[in-house]
Design a protein around this ligand. Structure first.
Ligand SMILES: [Zn+2]
Length: 531
């Protein structure tokens, strides 16, 4: 039993139940019986089956065999390339054991073929789906949508093809798990959407749905219930790549400089009603955000206030606590979506894994990062897919810096802003002029993985083993970037995967979608996972 210490080290992050299972396997591998209760034993030892002797399936198990190796894949890839060839490639070339099926989206980030204008990868149909529509790529079961006006969500793109029904048996036969992966996106022309849309500071309807509108919460619950009651899925992952009015007013994100600070949200009647219940005066909040918008516009035009930019922003926050109160109100609406989805899923099938895609902005904006409290996520998550896309992370961070250095940090040069953000976020990466074409390094993946693991473990070590949630970093494989910007190479993927695993990640999710990945880069992930 000399091998025990090493395995005990590996088990340090496991729950008691997982520990019992690992221990049982270890004893079985050594040909020993166990006194553990039956339900703590692996399935292979249950149902009266004889404990296997030192068979190949047991003796070959390594500590890393239990890690989650996931890939995000949309319906189009199975339609274009066939279910069997795609799954066999995933199994053979990468060792994928979990599919994150893009089951609902109106966006192109996780569904559809390659984004038009970007080079097509070396597999799949060699043409762009410029008529992509989006929606629910599984069958929509109407009985679950009684409490939301959003019912006509069926994606028309692939006829009657129901991606979950088609994939689950094929995945199961290969020992793969199937997760539904759906995101907070809508088409403006979706029937029933208009009254659910957020209202901007200037009084227009936004293109995003308000989390304080009961019809919106009901929709995410309906879709979740539909997936869980209609299909024997293993898990769900939902993502919302949005932030509140404060972050948007500052333009604190990649592409944030294009945000009009008057078109921030939400100021709808549901948000006003929620505000009043918290003792926040909606009129004061509007006045505050209007002043903030004026300051952002002055900052962008280079009209420096006498006391400077930062002091003027801070003064507004002190004079109008409504700014951050309204920001928190928005965040709490989004958190309600997480909580509602989680508790509903657990009430239907407790063993379903439930977790979230955490937006890449977490890597760029200290304001957004402050709002993603990993410890708080422990109460309503089994896992977090923390986005750590290192290649496109370079140009995205540079874009965020360009925006921040023309709003709240306009006292600083863009280079000095980047240095400040590196210090805030604990990275050490390229200088600003190199960032778009250098990307971020594997060291960034390492640091973000360790930060996430530390965050979900929290301070109360005593119960951390049972409460700790899994961290599955999202790995960048060919996420589109602009001309002359960083493009993924196989060595980037190998290094990013190794960095995540060496830092202690419980698995990785290859992202964003198989239909944009080049095969050499995908194989590189497999190489790193096998090493
Ligand atoms: Zn609202």
């Amino acid at each position: 039993m000399r091998c025990l210490p090493a395995i005990f080290i590996h088990m340090s992050n496991l729950s008691r139940r997982e520990f019992a299972q690992e221990f049982t396997k270890l004893l079985a591998a050594a040909g020993l019986a166990t006194g553990l209760p039956l339900n703590a034993q692996p399935a292979s030892l249950q149902s009266g089956a004889q404990a296997p002797a030192l068979g190949p399936s047991v003796s070959k198990r390594l500590p890393g065999d239990d890690r989650m190796v996931g890939i995000q894949v949309g319906a189009v890839s199975f339609v274009d390339e066939g279910i069997t060839p795609v799954l066999e490639r995933f199994a053979r070339e990468v060792g994928i054991n979990t599919l994150f099926l893009a089951t609902y989206s109106y966006g192109r980030g996780i569904a559809g073929r390659q984004v038009p204008g970007q080079p097509l990868p070396d597999h799949g149909k060699q043409e762009y789906d410029t008529d992509y529509h989006g929606g629910n790529f599984a069958r929509t079961h109407e009985q679950y949508y009684a409490h939301t006006p959003l019912k006509k969500i069926q994606a028309p793109d692939y006829g009657d093809f129901d991606v979950i029904a088609a994939i689950i048996p094929e995945a199961k036969s290969r020992g793969m798990k199937t997760f539904c992966w759906y995101e907070d996106s809508f088409r403006r022309d979706l029937e029933g959407l208009e009254p659910l849309l957020e209202v901007t500071l200037s009084g227009k309807r936004a293109s995003t749905a308000c989390f304080h509108n009961p019809g919106v919460q009901a929709f995410w619950q309906a879709l979740t219930e539909d997936y869980l009651r209609s299909y024997p899925i293993d898990g769900i992952m939902w993502g919302s790549e949005r932030q509140g009015p404060f972050g948007n007013a500052l333009g604190a994100s990649a592409g944030g400089a294009r945000h009009d600070p008057l078109e921030i949200s939400c100021f709808c009647r549901f948000c006003e009603s929620e505000a009043k219940s918290r003792g926040i005066d909606p009129q004061r909040a509007r006045e505050a955000y209007t002043k903030l918008a004026a300051l952002v516009r002055d900052s962008r035009s280079g009209t420096r206030p006498a006391d400077g930019y930062f002091v003027s922003y801070w003064r507004l926050l002190v004079q109008y606590p409504e700014i951050l109160a309204w920001e928190k109100l928005w965040n709490d609406g989004q958190k309600n979506a997480y909580k509602n989805i989680y508790h509903l899923a657990k009430s239907i099938r407790p063993e379903t894994a439930v977790g979230w895609h955490i937006w890449h902005n977490n890597s760029f904006s200290p304001f957004y990062r402050a709002e993603q409290d990993y410890k708080e996520f422990r109460d309503y998550s089994d896992f977090l897919k923390v986005v750590m896309y290192n290649n496109c992370g370079g140009p995205r961070l540079a874009s965020c810096i360009d925006s921040l250095s023309h709003s709240i940090f306009a006292d600083l040069s863009p280079d000095a802003t980047l240095d400040l953000i590196y210090k805030n976020l604990n990275y050490k990466e390229s200088k600003l002029s190199d960032l778009p074409h250098s990307g971020l390094s594997a060291d960034y993946v390492d640091r973000e993985t360790r930060r996430a693991l530390a965050g979900v473990q929290g301070a109360d070590k005593k119960d951390s083993a049972d409460k700790a949630i899994k961290i599955w970093p999202g790995i960048d494989i060919d996420i589109p970037t602009g001309d002359n910007e960083k493009k993924t190479q196989p060595e980037d993927v190998r290094q990013a995967v190794r960095a995540a695993l060496n830092a202690g990640a419980h698995g990785v999710i290859l992202s964003r979608k198989y239909s944009e990945m080049r095969l050499a880069n995908l194989r590189a992930a497999g190489e790193a996972l096998r090493a």
